[in-house]
Design a protein around this ligand. Structure first.
Ligand code: CTP
Length: 407
């Protein structure tokens, strides 16, 4: 259980903060909500108090004898502010302490994360840009807003990411506070990454397919971590129904051939490419345009053909020698072939630069939020790395960046 301060500034997206609060408290965290006075115009103090189970104040003058304006920040494992307005960015950048939330920001000992939401013009304004740059230089994590429908008829960058995404970012930073440093430093800024996620499906007829149970969670975690660290993120998703990760451009595909094409385009001028998807290796030799009827008692014999290997295609098509290609390997080690041996053989066969190897004996990876992997490149094996897929995603980007630096 962690101690969290959830700051809320005065924007319409404050309603998404309620859902985030619920997710955090359901997970067992101790959350104190600190809204600004303007935030209460959108969601009232009684909602925050009921959902957090704690009193709510906006000013430093309540419970002065407890010195809450200092203690709240000092004791928090994480200060997460969602939504953050242009006004709060300006006040935080200037170091003002004119309400309880800004006092908490000035006394925080742990990571501070801002999730801004505002109109596109405000987000793009030179004053806001300068405030964001300054806050990031000082170590505050500022999440780029999503693009999409804003309040009123407008659309563009400025939307608060969905509560599930905010929750994933909050918990990844609680799991490993050091990720806040790389996120604030934006060490992937200027780089483009292409990531595949999910499991492809090969249709037998309009309703049946050959597929696998990949959830897309690992690819989502990679996309989320890269966006947080400042990369331009292209995500090719096969049959994933999760809400889009904050800051990623998502393209949806169904089959391995579609994934091959979409990843070919996404990877063309990308600096780092990760094939986290589980493409179906086999496809029915023919696809029926109509639903195949039962064949009496005889059953149905299906011929399967092998699909193209997307990763091998990306290796063959690589034109930029500095591009780093990362593959995943799902292996079931045996008494005579260890995980590392199976991984080394696959790294050689695939021709990629880095392989993330995990043990899928017993099907114990799909849909889980945590995992254990080893990382293999041509010169060395590292790990095991264990933890949530969000934390592992940061390890994978660290290793890919290091390989790139050695090129
Ligand atoms: N992969 C791919 N195209 C395929 C199959 C797999 O690009 N048609 C990629 C996966 O995204 C992963 C890597 O190749 O990054 C290894 O996947 P894995 O299923 O472990 O290996 P396979 O190539 O399918 O080999 P095998 O089934 O023989 O272990």
């Amino acid at each position: 259980m962690s101690r969290i301060v959830l700051g809320v500034a005065g924007g319409i997206a404050a309603y998404k903060g309620c859902e985030l609060l619920r997710r955090l408290t359901t997970a067992g965290h101790d959350v104190t909500v600190v809204p600004t006075a303007a935030a209460l115009q959108f969601v009232g103090a009684s909602t925050w108090a009921a959902l957090s189970g704690k009193p709510v104040s906006t000013e430093v003058w309540d419970d002065v004898h407890q010195v809450r304006h200092v203690l709240l920040g000092q004791e928090a494992d994480l200060v997460f502010v969602a939504p953050v307005t242009a006004d709060l960015l300006a006040r935080a950048a200037a170091g003002r302490a004119d309400d309880l939330l800004t006092n908490v920001l000035l006394t925080a000992h742990g990571p501070v994360v801002f999730a801004p939401a505002m109109h596109t013009e405000m987000w793009g304004h030179a004053a806001t840009r300068a405030n964001v740059d300054l806050l990031r230089q000082r170590g505050t994590v500022v999440i780029d807003p999503d693009s999409g429908r804003l309040t009123g008829p407008d659309s563009g960058p400025g939307r608060l990411p969905e509560p599930d995404e905010l929750y994933a970012i909050a918990t990844s930073i609680l799991d490993r506070p050091a990720t806040a440093r790389t996120a604030a430093a934006r060490d992937l800024a200027g780089l483009t990454v292409a990531v595949s996620a999910g499991g492809t499906r090969e249709h037998l007829d309009p309703v049946r397919f050959v597929g696998n149970s990949s959830s897309g969670l690992m690819g989502w975690a990679l996309a989320r971590a890269a966006a947080l660290r400042g990369a331009r993120v292209r995500l090719v998703a096969a049959n994933v129904t999760l809400p889009p990760p904050a800051g990623a451009e998502v393209e949806h595909v169904t089959s391995t051939a579609e994934m091959g094409h979409a990843m070919g385009v996404a990877a063309k001028d990308a600096d780092l490419v990760v094939m986290a998807a589980a493409p179906a290796d086999f496809a029915p030799a023919t696809t029926s345009a109509t639903k195949i009827k039962k064949q009496g008692d005889t059953g149905l014999r299906v011929d399967l053909v092998q699909t193209a290997d997307v990763l091998a295609g990306l290796v063959a098509a690589r034109t930029d020698p500095a591009q780093i290609l990362v593959g995943f390997a799902a292996e079931t080690p045996t008494a005579d072939r260890s995980l590392a041996q199976l991984g080394a053989a696959k790294l050689e066969r695939k021709g990629c630069d880095l392989l993330v190897v995990n043990d899928v004996s017993g099907g114990n990876v799909f849909g889980r939020s945590d995992n254990e992997v080893i990382l293999l490149d041509r010169n060395r094996a590292s790990g095991p790395f264990a933890g949530s897929k969000d934390v592992l995603a940061h390890d994978i980007w660290d290793a890919a960046l290091e390989l790139r630096a050695r090129r």
